[in-house]
Design a protein around this ligand. Structure first.
Ligand SMILES: [Zn+2]
Length: 439
């Protein structure tokens, strides 16, 4: 995979935070339940668990008889950074017994990256000799790059390099019994992919209120590997979602400008110019039924829609635009107003705070955080008050007809049809395999 492509992946993944909305009243009633679901018992990257690559240590016998002075074996082990880990503790877990290597990591400008960027959840891989001396150490910094420390004839050297392998495709199918994330867990689908499922289908399905027991989805997605190590989930390549008896499809397709987008099988763009709910979707709000069903206050009396969500939930720009105001605003409390094309402005009020860099003049992308749910101004509890105006006139964002994004252009239609029909065939094959039923 080219460096350029991996970069696109990273950008796309970083924009996948996501929409959450829940009823104000329901949230109050559900605080104990929230406390339970927010206790993240599950590792953020569950995908490793279902892959054979998740071996703690594997011995590789060197076929050639080595000189006696040299260690005859090398061991590869891998582990994840845990909260509270130090470099010394990590290397110890990886079976590295090499004071020289640790001295090098401390002294070398590139090697010190390991100390500076020890982020929980990231993966390390170490190749050691049988005496514990280090041969190679790889620290996977992101889906695109890694730190590699190698022992050569003249001692250790460290470099940063791009991840060079093409992503592998995984196929999974899941049935929803209690929530999107529970279904994803049961099927071995990583959180990041479940979030993408929610995002890709969000224009047709409101994941806070529309999910039904028995809904199912199938997904084909990338997993990024390097040196045999799972680095991160990539993009969804194709997916099908059956919600309340209706079937929706999404196919990844790159347009002539190199822009990746998701399309229905007929070539309609799945993206919409505006998000339906400008509140992040997460494990906490994943469910179905009345638990998190939004309660909307009277529209006319109120000029906006209230999305109840826990304090601190990220509030997202509902479309690309430019911030025209960000600050305290009377009864609105802390508010952000964004101007979009077509004379449309959106307002986000009662925020507990603003996202980094949000001030008048800041350009924002759809789905980028502008602030956090709070109860500033005239608010009885934490919620987002959201207004949508066209030419200064308030509109109901839940009812107003929103412009659709561009479909596949005519001259790429033949190419798209091919991609779509092969995606369809794959999805049909995945759906036919019995889905996970243990939730
Ligand atoms: Zn309101």
């Amino acid at each position: 995979m080219s460096a350029e492509k991996t970069e696109i992946l990273a950008q796309r993944t970083s924009r996948l935070g996501w929409v959450r909305q829940a009823a104000f009243g329901a949230v109050l009633l559900c605080l104990p339940a929230l406390a339970v679901v927010t206790a993240f018992g599950i590792a953020p990257n569950t995908a490793t668990a279902d892959h054979a690559a998740n071996l703690v240590a594997e011995a590789i016998r060197v076929p050639e008889p080595a000189p006696l002075a040299e260690p005859a074996e090398s061991y590869t082990s891998h582990d994840r950074v845990l909260r509270g880990d130090t470099v010394a503790v990590l290397l110890d877990r990886l079976g590295v017994r090499d004071p020289q290597a640790i001295e090098f990591l401390k002294a070398d400008a590139t090697g010190r990256t390991l100390f500076r960027q020890l982020v929980p959840g990231r993966t390390l891989q170490a190749e050691t000799a049988s005496d514990g001396s280090l041969k190679t150490l790889r620290y996977f910094l992101a889906a695109t790059s890694l730190l590699e420390v190698t022992r050569g004839a003249d001692g250790f050297s460290a470099r940063m390099r791009a991840i060079g392998e093409a992503p592998r495709l995984l196929y999974r199918s899941a049935v929803i019994r209690s929530s999107l994330f529970a279904a994803a867990d049961a099927a071995g689908i990583p959180d990041a992919i479940a979030m993408q499922v929610a995002r890709v289908f969000a224009t047709d399905i409101d994941f806070h209120s529309d999910l039904r027991r028995g809904d199912r989805f199938s997904v084909v997605y990338e997993m990024i590997y390097d040196s045999g190590e799972l680095v991160a989930p990539g993009r969804i390549v194709a997916a099908e979602f059956v919600n309340d008896g209706r079937t929706y499809h999404a196919v990844l397709f790159r347009d002539e400008h190199g822009q990746d987008g998701y399309y229905s099988l007929d070539g309609t763009n799945r993206a919409k110019a505006f998000l339906r709910s400008p509140v992040e979707f997460s494990r906490v709000s994943s469910g179905f039924g009345a638990r998190f069903h939004p309660i909307f206050k009277n529209w006319r009396a109120h000029t906006g829609v209230d999305f109840a969500a826990p304090h601190g939930t990220r509030v997202l720009a509902s479309a690309d635009g430019v911030v025209v105001a960000a600050g305290p605003r009377g009864g609105y409390g802390n508010a952000v107003e964004v101007r979009h094309g077509g004379g449309i402005t959106t307002l986000y009020a009662h925020l507990s705070g603003f996202a980094k860099g949000i001030r008048a003049g800041t350009r924002v992308m759809q789905g980028a955080p502008v602030g956090f749910v709070g109860a500033t101004g005239f608010a009885t509890g934490p919620h987002l008050h959201y207004e949508f105006k066209i030419a200064g006139v308030h509109q109901d964002p839940l009812k107003v007809a929103l412009p659709k994004a561009e479909p596949v252009p005519a001259h790429l239609k033949a190419q798209f049809t091919q991609v779509a029909s092969s995606a369809r065939a794959t999805i049909d094959r995945v759906s036919a395999t019995p889905p996970a039923r243990f939730e």
